[in-house]
Design a binder for this molecule. Structure first.
Ligand SMILES: [Zn+2]
Ligand SMILES: [Zn+2]
Length: 590
């Protein structure tokens, strides 16, 4: 408005004088956004002006033609106008701009009405003539009822903190806003805020030990003023703990039956589950009854494969109880009962109350883990060895590593890490030089080399170069040559030297369908506890513990994954390593 004032000083001159004369003592600005709204919607305002004219023959001429000239509350003329259009006591107190600290809005409204009626007693019956308050459409009359409805809906729930909200029809909000900004005192509460405060006041008298809050509510009660119904948003209860999984074949989270997707079919014995037991259900099902919750969801700090056990101090998790009726239970007793019911397949410890933000922490903490792994030693051929050591295409190194801060920035600039490099697919088959040489290669060799090659292939080494080449070519590819199995000393040495090694791990084929095909760099921090046994077939089995960076593919670190993980125990000891089992030995977090 001040812009307009400057643009058209002449047009506004009279209006300026009028306003300066009439409102010298008030502390609000005439030039606020309320005025702009009136101008933006002239038709509504003139409708209102017509109503005013019809209702009131006492008013001076100005009002009948220039509706803008009705002053806003808290000027006495503004108050009078509010009374005249049928404003209820609550809204009069809310938008009248005269509420004192120790007054309710209703009391403030009654005080304003009383003072207006003193001068204009003919307005005494105005609420009978205009029974619908133009601001709240008489919703304030329902505020006790609304409080009742909320109180009843909260009854089944244990709670300490509730937040209230209200849902209004949009057009009601808009029209209230428009007349409030036109006639109400500047800074008056909006209808929604005001009504919610009134409901809160009524509710407060009934609720014992429950705070009405504006943040961290346990329940949000949203009242729909049109239907007079309440919608409750019941916030989850979160419980922290750690679990050990001592039995293989149990998934961490509930896994719906593949055939029926959880509906229940003959394949899953009508359970809807692919695996009868899961860590989530073993912990969550006993808790759901105690909390009177609807369902649970499980947030683990990482996860282990279904056939991997989880030992040591266990994996941190937060389990979420959705829509709980009870929020406080005896967690120690619950823990004992859960462990008893799980019959040793899962053991939980350290259970305590948690919260939503801990879920984020649990999810985002890249947990460093120790693993125990056992494998069988088998002979490795030279060709297989060549595959295990074939050059790795490092243009696909994963640069989106989490939580690396500064280091990440530097990595971004590293050669070969450019984004466009990632569009080139990695070769699906790792190629190595064939041990059998081609004719061209043989022709390029010196006679001495050919003699050596013929000897190594157990062929006669006599004759000219051409004869030797022909003999070698006819012999075809050599029978695979196997490396001698390493001694126990070599195995121990290689395993101990793996500590500190940075592995290059291309996404294993077994997970390639759900992970980008990239090469990840992961560090092995520590290796220990090497045990070498001989099994009933006389073959050697090796078991050891390793601690490595989050996201390391551990089985692959041992068997080499056909050259996708380098280096590997297999390539370093030149023996095939058949993994028998893998356990999470411990999780180094919290
Ligand atoms: Zn009202
Ligand atoms: Zn099924």
């Amino acid at each position: 408005m001040s812009d307009k004032q400057q643009d058209n000083p002449d047009d506004d001159e009279d209006w300026m004088q009028y306003s300066n004369a009439g409102f010298g003592q008030t502390d609000y600005s005439l030039w606020d956004e309320g005025e702009a709204q009136v101008e933006a919607k002239p038709s509504k305002v003139s409708d209102l002006a017509n109503e005013i004219d019809a209702d009131d023959d006492m008013e001076d001429d100005q009002l009948s033609t220039h509706v803008e000239e009705i002053p806003r509350a808290p000027s006495p003329a503004g108050h009078k106008h509010l009374v005249r259009i049928g404003t209820c006591d609550h809204c009069l107190g809310r938008v009248g701009g005269k509420k004192m600290f120790d007054q309710s809005i209703e009391q403030a409204g009654i005080a304003i009405r009383t003072s207006i009626l003193r001068g204009d007693s003919h307005l005494e019956k105005i609420r009978e003539d205009n029974p619908l308050c133009p601001f709240c459409e008489n919703l304030y009359q329902e505020s006790e009822l609304l409080a009742d409805i909320i109180f009843d809906s909260l009854h089944p729930y244990e709670l300490k903190r509730v937040q209230l909200g209200a849902r209004f029809p949009k057009d009601q909000m808009e029209s209230e806003e428009e007349i409030r900004k036109r006639f109400g005192a500047g800074g008056s509460d909006a209808l929604k805020t005001g009504l919610v405060a009134e409901i809160a006041k009524n509710l407060n008298q009934r609720l014992e030990g429950v705070k009405i809050v504006n943040d961290k509510p346990q329940i949000v009660a949203l009242i729909d003023v049109l239907t007079l119904t309440v919608e409750l948003d019941i916030r989850s209860v979160y419980i922290y703990g750690r679990y050990q999984k001592l039995e293989r074949g149990i998934p961490q989270t509930r896994w719906p039956c593949r055939a029926c997707k959880g509906r229940g079919c003959s394949r899953c014995n009508e359970t809807g589950l692919q695996y009868l037991k899961s860590v989530q259900d073993l912990i969550g099902n006993p808790l759901i009854e105690r909390f009177g919750a609807v369902e649970h969801s499980f947030h683990g700090m990482g996860r282990e494969d279904i056939d991997v056990r989880c030992m040591g101090s266990g994996r941190p998790f937060v389990i979420e109880m959705k829509s709980p009726k009870t929020r406080t239970i005896d967690l120690v007793q619950a823990m004992v009962d859960i462990n008893q019911a799980a019959q040793g397949s899962v053991i939980i410890t350290s259970m305590r109350e948690s919260n939503r933000s801990e879920v984020v922490r649990i999810k985002e903490t890249p947990a460093e883990k120790s693993y125990a792994i056992r494998f069988k030693l088998l002979p490795l051929s030279e060709e297989e060895f060549a595959v295990l050591c074939a050059p790795v295409d490092l243009t696909h190194v994963d640069v989106q590593e989490r939580g690396k801060g500064k280091r990440n920035k530097r990595r971004k600039n590293r050669r070969g890490d450019r984004k466009d490099d990632h569009t080139k697919p990695l070769p699906s088959v790792i190629e190595t030089e064939t041990v059998a040489a081609s004719e061209e290669e043989l022709l390029a060799m010196k006679k001495g080399e050919l003699v050596e090659l013929a000897t190594s292939l157990e062929l006669s080494k006599t004759g000219t170069k051409a004869v030797l080449i022909e003999r070698i070519m006819q012999a075809g590819p050599p029978a695979p040559t196997y490396f001698e199995l390493p001694t126990n000393e070599i195995i121990r040495e290689v395993v101990s030297k793996l500590a500190g090694v940075k592995l290059a791990q291309r996404t294993p084929e077994r997970v390639a369908h759900r992970r980008a095909d990239l090469i990840r760099r992961r560090v092995v921090y520590e290796t220990s506890d090497v045990v070498i046994d001989i099994d009933e077939d006389g073959e050697r089995e090796v078991e050891f513990t390793l601690r490595c960076e989050s996201g390391t593919y551990v089985k692959e670190t041992v068997h080499g994954d056909g050259g996708r993980t380098q280096p590997s125990i297999s390539s370093l000891i030149k023996a095939k390593c058949d993994v028998i089992w893998l356990d999470v030995a411990d999780i180094h977090a919290d």
